[in-house]
Design a protein around this ligand. Structure first.
Ligand code: ADP
Length: 459
């Protein structure tokens, strides 16, 4: 069994099965066996099953939220927010199942007709991370099932309890065995089974760029389609003309969500010279008031980091930035609560040579850089191998447009710190991966285009 620990206090929360490779193979076999029937069911029936699952989970939101607080460390209000976000995908794709439209194309020959239909790619697999244990699963499985695919999910071994709870509710809603399978065990070996099996036609992965590349290269041998949501290094740009209070609220919410352990978390905060000192001072005042602690309570609280590796990485990046001349404004060390709690931290006047300028911090650290001109900040924002999301606050329409065009990212968020809903295409460019999840773009990743020519129609 895999033992799951509470990052807030180190106690055991529960256990999940450590499956043998034969058991994982059996799950793949079930997903393959279920595909012909599932893919031929009416789209409306598939949508209705997703909707039934949505309703059951919604009724028991609190149960899911409490599991998430214990195995991930996020606070209750955030866990409940994540459930709404995740359910949004199930609701969205329950509807979208009915709208996988094809095409007809005027023919170039007499007595012929051309139609283009979209068919589910086949059995699929997904590997998900621990930072959004609920939403990540919903986003992948809802899309796959709506398109008519079956799916085997390997959730993170840090947070399998939320995942198995979701599976339990899916079964209660009538989503059959084979259509939705779940496996936990040795991630590397399970990944190799997924990528090496030509019956699995698509893999969706969210996690680190390093693991994403391993899976992508292994999938090259089997030509398995991939969707990869990998690391980020999001710039968050505040211009002199920004709505000051909105930018401040935006950065605090975006940065501290899940204690900063989010791939779209603002990693580099660029503030223009004219407003810089005032912004850093106001940020410090606001962040100093926030509470840190165990998330099992109603109001917002900054939680612990997920494990020791994560904690050590954050501490090392902060130390490195200070060695490179950054000014410590707030925090900068383990919180008085000890364990995996790290103080909300603000570093100012960071040089671009600090390691955190190129590496995901994944912790509650506000890294604030100073800039002078738009041209300069766009170049610096793009000076990263990643390209997931970029945020900017400005009231100038022309500048907002130029930023949307010039920043290399899959998502550009102007005058807001909030990115996701089910209705928009989430995904990145460069080393942040490829493919999109959410919206009608998301379902395209799970269908193949089939062109059908019917000739001889005038006989
Ligand atoms: P993180 O640093 O966020 O944990 P990972 O990429 O290590 O990111 O983990 C994301 C998911 O990938 C988890 O479910 C994890 O178990 C899985 N994973 C880790 N290593 C491998 C691997 N070699 N092959 C397949 N999956 C893996």
């Amino acid at each position: 069994m895999i033992t799951v620990y509470n990052p807030a206090n180190g106690t055991v929360v529960g256990q999940a099965p450590e499956l043998s490779l034969d058991e994982v193979k059996a799950a793949i076999d079930r997903a393959c066996a279920a595909f012909p029937t599932w893919s031929r069911r009416l789209a409306k029936e598939r949508g209705d099953l997703l909707r039934a699952w949505f309703d059951l989970v919604k009724t028991d939101k609190r149960i899911f939220a409490e599991i998430m607080v214990q195995e991930n460390g996020k606070c209750l209000s955030e866990a409940l927010g994540e459930i709404d976000y995740g359910l949004g995908f199930i609701g969205w794709y329950a509807e979208e199942a009915k709208r996988v439209y094809g095409d007809t194309i005027p023919t170039q020959a007499t007595g012929a007709a051309v139609m283009v239909v979209k068919e589910p790619v086949g059995p699929t697999a997904a590997i998900t991370p621990w930072n959004f244990p609920f939403m990540m699963i919903c986003r992948k499985i809802a899309t796959a099932l709506a398109a008519g695919c079956t799916m085997i999910i390997k959730p993170s071994e840090e947070t399998p309890l939320t995942a198995y709870k979701l599976l339990e509710y899916a079964r209660r809603a009538g989503i059959p065995e084979g259509v939705f399978e779940m496996v936990t065990g040795n991630p590397k070996e399970i990944g190799e089974l997924f990528t090496g099996d030509t019956r699995i036609r698509k893999i969706s992965f969210t996690g680190s760029t390093a693991v994403g590349k391993l899976l992508a290269s292994a999938s090259g041998a089997t030509l398995t389609k991939m969707t990869l949501e990998l690391g980020g290094n999001a710039p968050f740009i505040v211009f002199d003309d920004a709505e000051f209070d909105e930018a401040l609220a935006g950065i605090v919410a975006a940065k501290l969500r899940n204690s900063g352990q989010v791939c779209i978390s603002p990693n580099r905060i660029y503030v223009q010279d004219g407003v810089y000192d005032r912004f850093v001072a106001a940020l410090a005042e606001r962040v100093a008031k926030l509470e840190v602690g165990d998330g099992m309570r109603e109001d917002f609280v900054v939680g612990p980091l997920v494990n020791q590796t994560g904690f050590d990485k954050v501490a090392a990046l902060v130390d490195d930035a200070r060695e490179h001349g950054a000014r410590l404004v707030l925090g900068g060390k383990q919180h008085a609560l000890g364990g995996l709690f790290y103080e909300p931290t603000i570093l100012a006047d960071i040089g671009d040579d600090a390691r955190m300028a190129q590496n995901e911090i994944f912790g509650p650290v506000f890294a604030v850089y100073r800039f002078q001109t738009e041209e300069e900040v766009v170049a610096r924002a793009n000076n990263t191998e990643y390209g997931l999301v970029a945020y900017a606050y400005t009231r100038a329409l022309g500048r907002a447009f130029r930023l949307s065009r010039d920043i290399e990212a899959g998502m550009v968020i102007l005058n807001s710190g909030s990115v996701g809903t089910a209705s928009v295409p989430f995904g990145g460019v460069k080393q942040s991966g490829y493919g999109r999840e959410g919206s009608y773009y998301g379902i395209e990743e799970y269908v193949e285009v089939k062109y059908v020519l019917m000739a001889g129609l005038n006989r």
